[in-house]
Write a protein that binds this ligand. Structure first.
Ligand SMILES: C[S@@+](CC[C@H](N)C(=O)[O-])C[C@H]1O[C@@H](n2cnc3c(N)ncnc32)[C@H](O)[C@@H]1O
Length: 332
């Protein structure tokens, strides 16, 4: 039996169970997080040169220094807690702790769902950091008061994909037919059944695709009551809506394999062995999480503020990243 057979059988069974096709959000959920076949559970080859993609903190310490300065400016006096969600290799947490120095050291917590990445983080960071399986448990360990940050976490939350077809929205599903993955569209979506998203407010041209990360809203609502004090920094690629989809009629979904970007149908192949990701709609994050004083700025502007430098040239390796990446600052 080839290695692909159990995965294919899993997808065929799921397809049958769901009535003939798999809504894209469910596909992305299983492709990234299925405990046996998912990319973050089993398929990830690491982050960086030898992996499928690279992230800022793996290449450069400027982000770690910016986060450390932000934390120092916002921390309470006395014992304080810092939580990173989705820490990848642990490089960013290590850089933040280094930049803070031992005399400012927080109680460091990491929330991580990927067993291989958690192991990598534990090897790098050692015993002074505490790992938690979810945010509710992490916040309980902090008595509800914590500064929280994440980098490139939200883009990995499963998205529902919709397309404007003759002024009616249809949801994308995938179907396996003769071993090939094909797109199919679910029945027209009644206005009353639309998920809560700012993306529906724009009169998009025919054929426009949008992504809605409803799974992120559900996840955040789950732990929101446990968070009483502090602030959260959400760093990711994306934009406010409608700028997010400017000149992107196909939306932003793509896969990464060995640093190669794959779009369209190519993104559906390699179930569980490729990273799947979408750009973050920060207007949705603000609409879902508030509060009224939430602040959205480019990463360049954030780093310039924290590092007290002009807003350019923070990262030679990614000259455009300082604008493409955004930082959202929110409080409970
Ligand atoms: C694209 S990687 C980014 C890693 C790291 N932050 C960096 O910048 O290098 C996404 C990370 O989020 C983690 N992750 C995804 N969903 C998560 C969740 N619901 N809770 C905690 N971690 C999650 C993944 O396992 C992985 O560590």
């Amino acid at each position: 039996m080839s290695q692909a057979a159990p995965k294919l059988q899993f997808l065929l069974d799921l397809q049958e169970q769901l009535g003939g096709s798999i809504p894209f959000e469910r596909w992305m959920q299983e492709a990234l997080y299925h405990p046996e076949f998912g990319y973050y559970a089993a398929g990830i080859r690491g982050i960086g040169r030898r992996g499928d993609f690279t992230t800022w903190p793996v290449l450069h310490e400027s982000l770690a220094r910016g986060i450390a300065r932000w934390a120092l400016a916002n921390k309470p006096s006395g014992r304080w807690h810092l939580i990173e969600i989705g820490a990848g290799t642990g490089t960013l947490a290590a850089g933040v702790l280094r930049a803070l120095g031992w005399w400012n050291r927080p109680q460091m917590h990491i929330v991580e769902v990927s067993p291989p990445l958690r192991q990598e983080q534990q090897t790098l960071l050692g015993r002074k950091t505490t790992w938690h399986p979810n945010m509710t448990e992490a916040l309980a360990a902090c008595d509800g008061s914590a500064l929280i940050y994440s980098n490139e976490l939200v883009d990995a939350f499963p998205a529902r994909i919709f397309q404007n077809q003759d002024k009616v929205w249809h949801e994308l599903a995938l179907r396996i037919e003769n071993g090939r993955v094909e797109e199919t569209w679910l029945a027209p979506l009644p206005d009353t059944a639309r998920p809560d998203s700012t993306a529906f407010a724009t009169p998009w041209p025919e054929g426009q695709r949008i992504e809605v990360q409803e799974s992120f809203a559900t996840w955040r609502d789950d732990w929101r009551p446990a968070w009483k004090a502090g602030a959260i920094l959400t760093i990711d690629y994306g934009d406010a809506c409608p700028a997010l989809y400017h000149r992107r009629p196909q939306g932003s979904l793509r896969a990464f394999a060995h640093h190669q970007r794959l779009e369209g149908a190519a993104a559906y192949a390699g179930f569980g062995v490729r990273d799947l990701t979408v750009d973050v709609n920060f207007s949705d994050l603000i609409a879902w999480g508030g509060p009224p004083d939430a602040e959205l700025l480019t990463l360049d502007a954030f780093l310039a503020r924290q590092n007290r430098k002009p807003a350019s040239g923070h990262l030679d390796q990614f000259p455009e990243a300082g604008e493409a990446f955004k930082v959202l600052i929110q409080s409970p």
